[in-house]
Design a protein around this ligand. Sequence first.
Ligand code: NDP
Length: 488
Amino acid sequence: MVGEKTSSMKIQNYIDGKFLNPIADQWIDNYNPSKGEVYGQIPNSTKEDIELAVTAAKKAFPVWSNTTLNERSEILSKIAKGIFDKLPELAKAESKDNGKPLSLATKIDIPRASSNFQFFADAITQFPSEAHESIGLNAINFTLRQPIGIVGCISPWNLPLYLFTWKIAPALAAGNCVVAKPSEVTPMTAFLLGEICNKAGLPSGVLNIVHGLGQTTGQAIIEHANIKAISFTGGTATGAHIAKTAAPMFKKLSLELGGKNPNIIFADCDYEKMLSTTLRSSFANQGQICLCGSRIFVEENIYERFKKDFIRKVSQLTIGNPFDEDSDIGALVSKNHLEKVKSYIDIVEEEGGKVLYGGEKVIVSGSENGYYLQPTIIEVSNNDCKLNQEEIFGPVVTIMPFKNEEEVLKLANNVKYGLSATLWTNNLNRTMKMSKQLQVGIVWVNTWLMRDLRTPFGGVKASGVGREGGFEALRFFTEPKNVCISYD
Ligand code: NDP
């Protein structure tokens, strides 16, 4: 609820190296989803706060963009270390804010946020630019890769610090100043990052973190004339809105959007590895990862076996308070999101499907008001139903059998999204053929979510435009300028 000041923990904006209340003194309640209760407040920032952040970034840009690569790299390394040193505190904050198991935040989210900074601290020292000699014309061209200026970074709630830093780190490494907004649903670790940056010696104004609602604070970022590029991760509808707003202003855009990823299982796969990985790719982070394999297609000769084994494995998962060590599945991120996910389970029958396992909300003892849902398996009879076409983004997967490669390729590609696909097979020819024909940005074969930060990351179709990761991100956050020198 906006406007009330009910609770103790107040987050502030981080602008020009200082922690500030929002200018209009408007606040938003911040929820702990595992308890379903308000535990703090965050700024409901307005255009005026964004203006302050842009002014700070503008002032900082001439110096930051001219620091040596070694200096920049050192500061980013110190931020990486600062994150790592605070791992337990940050993991607890992430788990409380988001509802994800503490074990997951400790093993994945926070270490990866630290790696994001370390990776780009190193990458910027190795980032090459091109030269082209025009032989016979007596000319040499070289390409300057200059920072863009002030850039906007907007991230979602599912992997809060992980995705926030995945944008900020390359933007800063490339010499830009940043105005960033985390999701208002999970702002806590972004808030804690400010102090880490100050301690690491990041000059004031180079990074500014402004909290608030997407439709106001976020909107003020995407509309601001001095913010020249937007790196956004979030839903496809928001991405389309951002593209529409930013295109007439000729802003550079990187849009990482939704997914409805196929998990394709052939009978010749390594069955046990596939089964345990499929459990993760279906329900890790309560299924709230854009890369989760939410449509499972199984070759018909192992379909019944898979169905039985998968249900057995899923029934062994423990749903519980994220702070309990044995919880495999924590809370969904918000009441609204829980209701949205549940609304898909409510239409299973009318969409021609059948719930094979789960489907019910769960009351967790001691956390009775938290937003818990059983991991849910739905058998569908066709790929055209809403359950297979719309992004549910929760602990819900569908399964259906297929006959052969041609059929499953059609099923996999017949969707508006194109983020990732997982393929389980030991047939090399099939691997090559299908990898080429799957309409996605990322294919995992006999694995899932194995990441090498040098690789291009992103989707096609309604899953986005542009790529993050490695030099792709550094290219996005720089403007290439060709210089042609003629000589006698
Ligand atoms: P949203 O699109 O609702 O929000 C993403 C971010 O955009 C939030 O910070 C949000 O603020 C902000 N925002 C909302 N409206 C505007 C606006 N008009 N102008 C500027 N910013 C705005 O996504 P969710 O947070 O719900 O995240 C879930 C989605 O993210 C899923 O679709 C998922 O697939 C996708 N995603 C994609 C990934 C990828 O790499 N392709 C990775 C992870 C998630 P606020 O929260 O305050 O509204």
